[in-house]
Ligand binder design. Structure first.
Ligand SMILES: NC(=O)c1ccc[n+]([C@@H]2O[C@H](COP(=O)([O-])OP(=O)(O)OC[C@H]3O[C@@H](n4cnc5c(N)ncnc54)[C@H](OP(=O)(O)O)[C@@H]3O)[C@@H](O)[C@H]2O)c1
Length: 335
């Protein structure tokens, strides 16, 4: 998609679409939201507590921040104290993700999981064995989701509900250039290289890899009697949050002060898209889909083109093997 079409779509969505206020009933349900101490995750957690969930787990990298968020949610929703739990999860550390996954397995049920935590920065930093966007926004994000999937499937069977696994992506995947894919070797190796990296494209690439992965997870985990789990990828649109916290340069200043203040949604409004992506009555058609403005949206030419389809195939072969090296057996839940 060219930048003009992207910007036209973005402004249309931001200026003319009103995201529906969440009203679905979450009674009796257990929901996990990662990165829920602030921003979109916090507001999604607040909605889900308000909508009657039995237990909402805030999975955060700093427990004290999670506890502050929990107090804030309790004060504004008047919910009972024991409804909210705070669990540690650091997506820049695979051991932390695996420990989180083990804890998920011990739950009685898990109805919905929102993988929301993510980063955006123009500085190259490493986390585990790759560049931080790739580790946090893609590898660990998917690892956490896959570790939760068996519990979601079990819940759907045991309690006769539709379970939901949502990944927070971004419409910026529409304009990812993904030059790293022009090499013939390993994509993960190409993405880990600091030399020649285009950090201006890296966040968009991470969200493109996420949508490739969500499509594959959905295809390899079809909705049937054994597994009534909807897996989707959604965008909240441009929102005023802490996402630019690492950005102090002129580019960030322009984006934040002009673009964001003119068209951005509040995190409360953006969070409605997160809640929509895991609402108990979400349509089966959302399985494997990209959701924008709380509707199934086009995947864009980076996905629905011969190049996109070939890249998705190439990516998933390498990525599933990578996940197996980090957590042996984790992909067994897939076909
Ligand atoms: N804001 C937008 O315009 C926009 C648009 C499209 C998509 N999104 C996506 O929406 C999601 C939430 O973003 P936001 O706008 O709410 O940003 P935010 O305010 O910066 O919140 C990001 C959350 O992710 C957590 N996080 C970051 N790195 C982590 C790690 N290594 N391990 C665990 N948690 C980590 C943060 O924790 P700390 O507070 O401890 O750092 C924070 O809770 C992200 O996936 C983002 O890509 C945002």
């Amino acid at each position: 998609m060219n930048t003009t079409s992207f910007l036209f779509g973005l402004f249309k969505s931001q200026l003319f679409v009103r995201l529906p206020y969440p009203t679905s009933d979450f009674s009796g349900q257990i929901v996990i939201i990662t990165g829920s101490n602030t921003g979109l995750g916090l507001e999604a957690a607040r909605h889900i507590v308000r909508l009657g969930a039995a237990r909402v787990i805030l999975a955060v990298r700093t427990i004290s921040k999670g506890e502050t968020a929990a107090r804030d949610i309790l004060q504004t929703t008047y919910a009972k104290k024991n409804i909210i739990e705070v669990w540690p999860l650091d997506l820049s550390n695979y051991e932390s993700v695996k420990a989180f996954g083990a804890r998920v397995q011990a739950l009685d049920r898990l109805d919905a999981f929102i993988q929301n935590a993510g980063i955006l920065t123009s500085h190259y930093t490493s986390a585990e064995d790759n560049e931080a966007h790739i580790t946090v926004n893609v590898i660990s994000a998917v690892l956490a989701g896959l570790l939760a999937l068996p519990k979601l499937k079990e819940t759907s069977r045991k309690f006769g509900v539709k379970a939901r696994l949502a990944f927070v992506g971004s419409d910026l995947h529409y304009i990812a250039k993904f030059k790293e894919a022009e090499t013939s070797g390993s994509l993960l190796d190409a993405l880990s290289r600091k030399e020649g990296v285009n950090m201006g494209d890296r966040y968009s690439v991470s969200k493109l890899l996420l949508i490739y992965t969500v499509r594959e997870l959905a295809a390899r985990s079809p909705i049937d009697a054994d597994s009534n789990v909807v897996i989707d990828c959604l965008t909240p649109g441009a929102c005023k949050s802490d996402i630019f916290r690492d950005e102090q340069g002129w580019f960030a200043a322009v984006i934040q002060s002009v673009m964001i203040s003119l068209v951005a949604r509040t995190t409360e409004v953006g969070s409605r898209a997160l809640v929509h992506g895991v609402k108990p009555d979400i349509e089966d058609g959302a399985h494997g889909a990209f959701l924008m403005d709380c509707k199934i949206a086009s995947n864009g030419p980076n996905v629905d083109s011969p190049r996109g389809r070939a890249l998705q195939k190439r990516w998933i072969q390498e990525f599933l093997m990578k996940l197996e090296t980090i957590s042996p057996g984790v992909t067994k839940v897939l076909l």
